[in-house]
Design a binder for this molecule. Structure first.
Ligand code: NCN
Ligand code: DMD
Length: 665
């Protein structure tokens, strides 16, 4: 049996730990710490201390073009022979360095302020300058659709405050518990704390019916007013005035309450006043509500998905993600182990939880580690061509129907998620049928189900990569949205057949031993399912050293997406709690892509599927929960979440022998 973790084994970080027990996490040992995985040597290290931004690779050294002899074509990357002839007279001058820096500074230092307002009045000339700046904003067809209603009356502000509070309560009720806790600590408006409130409206009729540029895009009117808001905001910052944009309003209710003309749209409700200070980072980042997305995630060259910053070559999302995966941090791991020895409990008494909390420390590079809350389960849904071989009693349409059930809140995963306070995020990566747009559904279909693996490859290599990218992007989105733990979930009728094939490839265990009964099948169907797996493997002879090829041959779209989620989570140093057999299969593939991915992986539970046991043994992961579940949807991972959170919380809250005055043995 592989290096299964157990409480008796020395936890990670202890000098006595057997190398094979820590190898599973690539830790600790100074020589293994911070060594990039093979093949990543040429990729720069993550940018440290980057003001809370999610770590990203260092930008390539840029040299000062002024100091070199370069042609304009070289600067822009245009091929010289295609470069247009340039005008003889110089282009309009830019601002000088100091002026440009002032412009950029005001953008960098603009903040949405909710705390620390002062009651000092705003002089008329100051407010006038701010409103003039707003009034110079660009607008569609020069229609200048905005109006500014300046409110000082305490009565009016109280009425608006009441409206906002009602919406705030409704929003709070809609949140998963893990988020609601965080939200309770947030201040979302300063309506009564600011001397001036400004309502910015858009008049969709201004300029008449022929307003230039609004013909096919009527939304250009409110967009224009939003640009006026930004101008106002920047000018206010330059005056030392804070601005908070409150968007907890039912817009029509507000129009009526303020007695605005019915044809107006309210674009913004702004609270304006002098402040004690401007926070260095957005208040929501400081509160841990969200993280800044790096620029490199959002700039595409020529076509969407070809990500490249100007002057850089387009980067491959998978390669970039893999290059950012690091082993557990040896220092934080050592600190965790030391702390556990000082906590008021006999050494080792928390068993497996000590290992988990050390892992969380090494992963986050912090001791104690952040409590993994809020958390989100990403449920990837896909269909399988191998369904045609009669490997499951359930019709394929059940995949899409269960997706609708998840979105409606009626599935087991919803009940468990609501119990443990996690968010449910459903991703259509490959459901055969069309799914209607529904809140909470991420439409990321790579293909409408795989092909039958017994007659040809399930997927092309390109489709596999695309589905992996869906998983990476999901991890990025959920982490940037402030989640501190990711959970795998999946839904796909017939996917336990693909899981068995993947597990057989990576464990070298015979299909007869890793093929289970999935949703529940009789002996005859089981025998057929084993033969189907065997036939597929005989046909493709997948090479475990080529994980993309293995997924293409016998994988599923949800397996590939889960591989992406694991890699993405690991690259963002965020723990990923694995669910059942399909997650186990995905983890085996992910490990073949990047061995250090296991630093982020925690096995949530052990499924009743025999293949899952084989996968966990091969991975050297010990499941936290073992209750004969065989459902999927992320249910086992959700049950394990409070255990993982408890492990981290103990590190924060348990007293030490010294501090509590408890005598050590
Ligand atoms: O997670 C597990 O271990 C697990 C075990 C058995 C079944 N499932 C779920 O059942 C579906 C696949 O089962 P089957 O029999 O159709 O291959 C799929 O939607 C999985 O989420 C999941
Ligand atoms: C009803 C049902 C629910 C599921 N959840 C995950 N896989 C599933 C399969 C079926 C058949």
């Amino acid at each position: 049996m592989a290096n299964q973790q157990s409480a008796e084994q020395a936890p990670v970080g202890d000098e006595s730990v057997a190398p094979e027990n820590v190898a599973q996490w690539g830790a600790p040992g100074p020589e293994s710490a911070e060594v990039p995985p093979e093949g990543a040597a040429s990729v720069p290290a993550p940018r440290e201390g980057d003001s809370g931004a999610i770590p990203l690779p260092e930008a390539a050294d840029t040299e000062d073009p002024a100091e070199q002899t370069v042609t304009p074509a070289e600067l822009t990357g245009e091929p010289e022979h295609l470069a247009p002839e340039r005008e003889a007279h110089p282009a309009a001058p830019a601002y000088d360095d100091t002026e440009r820096e002032a412009v950029l500074r005001v953008m960098r230092e603009r903040r949405d302020i909710r705390n620390g307002f002062r009651s000092d009045p705003i002089p008329h000339e100051v407010l006038l300058r701010v409103l003039e700046a707003a009034h110079t904003a660009p607008s569609v067809g020069h229609s200048q659709p905005w109006d500014f209603v300046v409110i000082r009356s305490a009565d009016t502000r109280r009425a608006m405050h009441e409206l906002a509070m009602r919406q705030k309560d409704a929003y709070a009720k809609s949140l998963p518990k893990g988020r609601a806790k965080q939200f309770k600590e947030l201040k979302i408006e300063a309506i009564l704390d600011t001397p001036v409130n400004i309502v910015v409206t858009a008049d969709p009729t201004r300029g008449g019916r022929h307003t230039l540029g609004r013909h096919t895009q009527p939304q250009m009117a409110p967009y224009s007013s939003a640009l006026a808001v930004e101008n106002l905001w920047l000018a206010a910052r330059a005056e030392g005035l804070g601005v908070g944009w409150v968007s907890f309003f039912d817009e029509r209710e507000m129009v009526r309450s303020l007695d605005l003309p019915e044809h107006l749209e309210v674009v913004a409700y702004l609270c304006v006043g002098y402040v004690d200070e401007f926070p260095e980072e957005p208040e929501l980042m400081q509160a841990g509500w969200s993280k800044r997305r790096p620029l490199s995630w959002v700039v595409h060259e020529e076509t969407y998905g070809r990500r490249a910053l100007p002057g850089e070559d387009p980067h491959d999302l998978l390669a970039e993600t893999v290059s950012n995966i690091r082993p557990l941090d040896a220092k934080a791991l050592g600190e965790a182990w030391e702390r556990q020895k000082r906590m008021t409990k006999p050494p080792g008494a928390l068993g497996m939880l000590e290992i988990i909390s050390a892992q969380l420390s090494g992963l986050s590079r912090m001791c104690p580690p952040p409590i993994p809350e809020p958390a989100a389960v990403a449920i990837f849904a896909g269909d399988h061509g191998v369904h045609a071989q009669g490997v499951t009693p359930w019709p394929q349409e059940v995949t899409g129907q269960m997706v609708a059930n998840f979105l409606g809140g009626g599935a087991v995963c919803n009940a468990f998620a609501s119990q443990v306070g996690a968010e449910v995020c459903v991703i259509d990566v490959g459901v055969a049928g069309e799914l209607p747009a529904t809140p909470g559904l991420l439409p990321r279909k790579v293909r409408a189900g795989t092909a039958d693996m017994t007659t040809g490859p399930a997927l092309t290599r390109e489709e596999v990569k695309e589905a992996i990218e869906v998983g990476i992007e999901t991890a990025r989105d959920l982490v940037a949205a402030g989640n501190k733990a990711l959970l795998t979930g999946e839904m796909g009728i017939a996917n336990t057949t693909a899981s068995a094939a993947l597990i057989s490839v990576y464990t070298e265990v015979d299909p007869a031993e890793v093929t289970g009964r999935g949703t529940g099948i009789n002996d005859e169907t089981h025998a057929r399912k084993v033969e189907v797996v065997r036939r597929a493997l005989d046909l493709h002879k997948p090479d475990p050293a080529d994980p993309i090829g293995v997924l293409a041959a016998v994988g599923g779209l949800e397996h590939a997406a889960m591989v992406g989620l694991l890699l993405g989570g690991a690259s963002l140093r965020t723990p990923v709690i694995l669910d059942g057999v399909s997650a186990g299969a995905a983890a085996l593939v992910a490990r073949a892509v990047a061995p250090e991915v296991l630093a982020a992986c925690i096995a949530g539970h052990r499924s009743a599927e025999p293949g899952h046991v084989a996968a966990l043994n091969k991975l050297g992961l010990r499941p936290l929960v073992d209750l004969d579940l065989r459902l999927g949807e992320g249910t086992g991972a959700l049950l394990a979440l409070p255990i993982v959170q408890s492990a981290a919380r103990a590190m924060h809250e348990v007293a030490t022998f010294d501090s509590a005055g408890v005598t050590e043995k």
